[in-house]
Design a protein around this ligand. Structure first.
Ligand SMILES: [Zn+2]
Length: 169
């Protein structure tokens, strides 16, 4: 019997999934965003990937679902199942400090504390978001929606530049 020397590990699967960019924020991957919750590997040929959809309204789920399946099939996994989990609900609190720093570097203000979570869309009109360009707080919200529904458009009065704010969920 020949040993399968290229046996795939869940670590490798995580690594591959970590190369799939979030369709809305390409600078971070779907694993950094916390969308991939669990990876299970059965008999080296059947992977079950559990994902939790992020912010509702971002029409991106279908896109990376296909990416996950095709990339894992490229690894040699015959069957890839995507399991969708809605509980616990995805939260921007799952973003690591490193991921937040990446967002800032990319010019997107990372979500700030989600204490006010679910208290309504308009609570953040009075909030102050730190400008990702100059780190000043003299900013104002221009529009509730930026290039995608999960981002709002803000403007910095200090450096006179618009920026996007990744809203809390
Ligand atoms: Zn600024």
């Amino acid at each position: 019997m020949v040993m399968n020397i290229t046996a795939i590990t869940t670590e490798e699967i995580w690594k591959v999934l970590g190369t799939i960019p979030d369709p809305d924020i390409p600078v971070i991957s779907i694993t950094e965003l916390g969308i991939v919750r669990n990876v299970e590997l059965l008999h080296d040929e059947h992977a079950i990937v559990t994902i939790t959809p992020s912010y509702s309204g971002c029409p991106a789920m279908g896109v990376f679902r296909e990416d996950i399946i095709s990339m894992l099939q490229d690894l040699g996994i015959k069957q890839v199942d995507i399991n969708i989990s809605h509980s616990p609900a995805w939260s921007t609190d799952w973003l690591s400090e490193e991921t937040r720093a990446k967002l800032t570097k990319y010019g997107i203000a990372p979500p700030e504390n989600s204490d006010h979570l679910h208290t309504g869309l308009f609570t953040d009109t009075s909030r102050t978001i730190t400008c990702p360009h100059c780190q000043q707080k003299d900013t104002k919200r221009v529009s509730q929606f930026g290039s995608t529904p999960c981002k709002a458009l803000w403007y910095c009065n200090t450096c006179d530049q618009p920026f996007e704010y990744f809203k809390c969920y």
